[in-house]
Design a protein around this ligand. Structure first.
Ligand code: FAD
Length: 468
């Protein structure tokens, strides 16, 4: 039996379901990855750091496999054509994949499966990306949960019941092989893909081991430190989870026994990931539609959108977050919530605009979690923040960045000011400007929107939408 494993968001050689199955049940296993032209054409930045991350990951895997006379075929095109073509050329009986729950991927996979069937090749799919899929954690009525806490409780119970939820048979790497076929290669250059090397500040080590090891040393403080962006105490594992450089099962195993508050709280973050993945799987329409309050009429003022994107709103914590995103391709979770709430509730901009911008910039961009996060911030989602509970960015700033260390890092023009003025530059009088040598408007903008009146306006907007 010969199998082809088509890698997608599971780019690793251990603890990988499709690969484990294929290597345990075949004599020869081939590997392939397709740089999907449809997706690549949508990327605006020729130095896109996600593309670069994928590219480097595959390069590293190929380096390793080459020593074993094996390798990954790197294809560039439409997977719907490329995978059946390669499977046919390799004369495999089976193509193995790990399931992807985004609508685009589901449509793509069913087309590939159909084409393979016409060639008498079977396609097998596996659960790999999550601990529990949408059909595994259900309410008493047999539906997917709408509220996180009962979902989490059910998820945790299921984990205790099903020890096999995070166990897996090992991958037998010796079964992986490669044969030269005309027109196919393990090598492809960035140039051939139409891309360039990412900027240094946006590059990530593609091997997650060091990041995980470092994080496990501080995990027991996670519940206390995670909300303070200056401490930068969260795991930074999101990019590895996104592209599958690390297995979700390995992470769950690494926090067992879940005997400290830090581990418990971190595990529930992983549960949020399953929750949003399952929710998107069941409610495909939320990709483009508000789950609730669909009739809210957003202002979408282009000037305000531009100021927000550039980190020039005059609200330092918001600007620091947006500049962190623009400069590094990542943003701290607490600050994601602050900038998301500010864009939708204070600037009255449609969450889809913020979501799209995050989609362009985040190294860990993941449709399900990003959509979930944005619909949470804008109160339009499932189990979202109630519409009248609006983050006050000034209080958030005082509370979570007391000494303004995080803000100073990304908004250095405010560096000389004492924290109380950094949290709320509206308090800066002419005397303060002179004393600290800063000039509002010239050095740093005044707020582009009035917090108090816009907050009231938002509440009204949502009230109207809820009566609509
Ligand atoms: C508006 C908004 C947009 C977001 N967009 C994304 C996104 O595109 N991709 C993404 O992975 N996360 C997204 N998140 C969730 C969260 O901000 C990131 O997962 C987290 O900041 C990544 O950093 P970390 O790995 O250090 O997280 P940690 O705090 O160490 O958490 C561990 C892991 O748990 C998962 N996780 C944590 N928080 C959440 C959450 N709220 N929802 C779902 N999964 C979570 C992630 O996989 C994360 O890597 C978004 C949140 C908001 C509010």
């Amino acid at each position: 039996m010969k199998s082809l494993v088509w890698l997608r968001r599971d780019m690793r050689l251990k603890d990988q379901m499709a690969l484990s199955y294929a290597t345990q049940n075949s004599d020869e296993v081939y590997l392939a990855f397709v740089f999907d032209k449809v997706i690549l054409d949508k990327l605006e930045d020729r130095k896109d750091h996600r593309l670069y991350f994928i590219y480097k990951t595959l390069e590293k895997l190929n380096e390793f496999l080459s020593k074993k006379n094996a390798g990954i075929y790197l294809l560039h095109g439409d997977p719907i054509d490329e995978i059946p073509k390669l499977a046919h050329k390799l004369k495999v009986e089976r193509v193995c994949v790990n399931r992807d729950y985004e609508q685009y991927a589901k449509d793509r996979d069913s087309k590939v499966e159909k084409k393979l069937k016409d060639l008498s090749i079977e396609m097998l799919s596996f659960k790999d990306q999550v601990i529990f899929e949408s059909s595994e954690i259900l309410t008493g009525d047999g539906n997917f949960y709408k509220v996180f806490t009962p979902y989490k409780n059910s998820w945790l119970k299921e984990l205790e019941k099903k020890e096999d939820a995070f166990s897996i048979r090992p991958v037998n790497v010796s079964k992986i092989t490669y044969k030269n076929i005309k027109g196919y290669s393990k090598n492809i250059t960035l140039d051939e893909l139409g891309f360039e090397e990412a900027d240094n500040i946006k590059k990530r080590d593609v091997n997650p081991s060091k990041t995980l090891k470092e994080f496990l040393k501080r995990i027991d403080r996670y519940h206390e430190d995670r909300d303070f962006p200056a401490l930068d105490s969260t795991s930074h594992l999101s990019v590895y989870l996104r592209f599958g450089n690390i297995s979700i099962r390995e992470l769950v195993r690494s926090v067992r026994p879940t005997d400290t508050e830090g581990k418990k709280v971190w595990l529930s973050e992983l549960v949020w990931r399953d929750f949003y993945s399952g929710f998107l799987d069941v409610h495909n329409n939320i990709e483009n539609e508000s789950y609730k309050y669909g009739s809210v009429e957003w202002d979408n003022d282009p000037k305000l959108i531009k100021a927000w994107k550039e980190g020039r709103t005059g609200v330092p914590i918001v600007d620091a977050g947006m500049r962190q995103l623009n400069q590094t391709g990542w943003m701290h979770n607490r600050v994601r919530m602050i900038v998301g709430s500010y864009l939708t509730k204070i600037l009255q901009v449609d969450w889809r605009i913020g979501e799209k911008y995050f989609g362009e910039k985040l190294i860990d961009y993941d449709l399900a979690s990003n959509n979930g996060g944005w619909q949470w911030c804008s109160s339009t989602g499932t189990d979202a923040a109630p519409y009248f509970r609006i983050f006050n960015p000034y209080r958030q700033s005082e509370r979570f960045d007391k000494d303004a260390k995080y803000i100073k890092k990304f908004v250095p023009e405010l560096e000389k000011l004492p924290p109380k003025y950094i949290h709320e530059p509206l308090k800066i009088t002419e005397d303060i400007e002179k004393k600290f040598g800063i000039e509002l408007d010239k050095d740093y903008p005044r707020p582009v929107a009035d917090y108090k009146s816009n907050r009231e306006k938002s509440i009204k907007m949502f009230k109207e939408a809820s009566n609509a």
